[in-house]
Ligand binder design. Structure first.
Ligand code: OGA
Ligand code: ZN
Length: 368
């Protein structure tokens, strides 16, 4: 852990040289804005109580001293002193754009690299201990999905399981749902036909973050569930078809849902990146795409890009594929992993729910 070697006020910044050679520049306004006194930041909620905009723009400290744990700054004019912990300064040694720092980093996978063993957690461990929940959610953060085994095949046990992560999200389908083939519904999920790789909620501005599917009953043939790592598709396309990757990262594609008294619409690129350029969401649902027309050359290029994406999304070499057995509760990151299902015969009943992505991230932060 680096320690402060040299601390020097300059006109605009506090300049710190760390004993490993790293140099940091902290602007005076930033230091005042992040002073660790109660009038600046509430000690419990960490909410800012300071009126930042009313600080003098030319604020500067006349002296700065630090020991091992805290830096003390004396402000020009009123001689007021602010304290900033050295740990806090260390956390921001190198400037970078906003980081949310929730989850462990994603490990991308394809059919060959995904290992069965790494993605299963026992129901009792998840229900009984926070460590079980941590293991469960960490697995999802890494691989985009996990299976809780030995889940009692009742809707109430499945609901209890979901509530270990967060509250259930209400959508047009309700909150916690149970479905079997039902042709009166407006959605393909209620049929027994093949469902190719897709994400849910391309018609929602905030697509469901996580989706649970728990098979309660199956007596029939077929019905294999499939998952594909959308981040892996992105890696492959970025490396092999950079122009198509750029198209999928910039062209907004509208999705819609018409039925159950609703007409939902939203639009975003297949690959959505955040302010730092990191890929944060994959959205793809050929069934739910709404009509739109771009200039002819752009439209042709988009179809080419969608074709390349779809080929990877439905390729066996990319797929995790398994018939969900009663008791296997699959929870996956719908912002990353595409899911599908082979056609089946017989009777199959699933229950599940959606969770918001931010609630999953929050639970992980709380467990850390
Ligand atoms: C869905 C879906 C898969 C299945 O409900 O969105 O894709 O296994 N279902 O029935
Ligand atoms: Zn689906």
């Amino acid at each position: 852990m680096a320690a402060i070697d040299l601390i020097q006020p300059t006109d605009s910044c506090l300049h710190i040289t760390w004993d490993d050679g790293v140099e940091s520049w902290y602007p005076w306004l930033w230091l005042r804005d992040h002073a660790h006194d109660e009038a600046t930041i509430h000690p419990v909620t960490q909410q800012r109580q300071l009126d930042t905009a009313s600080l003098p723009p030319d604020l500067r400290a006349t002296s700065a001293i630090a020991d091992d744990s805290v830096a003390r700054l004396t402000w020009q004019g009123n001689a007021e002193v602010s304290e900033v912990p050295v740990d806090f300064l260390r956390r921001f040694r190198t400037p970078q754009t906003a980081r949310l720092g929730a989850a462990p980093s994603a490990v991308v996978w394809d059919a060959a690299s995904i290992s069965e063993l790494a993605v299963r957690v026992a129901f009792d461990s998840v229900m009984g201990t926070d460590d079980g929940v941590r293991q469960w959610l960490t697995t999802i953060a890494r691989y985009g999905f996990a299976i809780v085994t030995g889940t009692p095949t009742t809707t109430s046990a499945t609901e209890d399981l979901i509530r270990r992560v967060g509250y259930v999200r209400e959508t047009i389908f309700g909150g916690f749902w149970e479905f079997t083939a039902d042709l009166s519904k407006a959605d393909l999920a209620y049929t027994n036909v093949h469902l190719s790789a897709h994400t849910d909620g391309t018609y929602s501005h905030d697509a469901p973050g996580l989706q649970m599917l728990h098979c309660l009953y199956f007596d029939g043939t077929g019905g294999d569930s499939t998952l594909v790592d959308g981040f892996k598709i992105a890696d492959v396309l970025r490396a092999t078809e950079p122009e198509l990757f750029a198209v999928l990262s910039t062209v907004a594609i509208p999705g819609q849902y018409i039925g159950d008294g609703a007409h939902l619409m939203s639009a975003r690129p297949v690959f959505r990146h955040d302010h730092s350029g990191a890929l944060v969401q994959v959205s793809y649902n050929n069934s739910d795409r709404a009509p739109f027309l771009l200039p002819a050359d752009e439209m042709a290029q988009l179809y080419e890009a969608l074709r390349a994406f779809d080929r990877l999304a439905n390729s066996e070499s990319m797929q995790w594929r398994q018939v969900l057995q009663p008791g296997d509760a699959l929870l996956f990151d719908n912002w990353r992993v595409l899911h599908g299902r082979y056609a089946y015969t017989g009777k199959r009943t699933l229950c599940g729910a959606y969770l918001n992505h931010e609630d999953f991230e929050s639970r992980l932060r709380m467990l850390e």
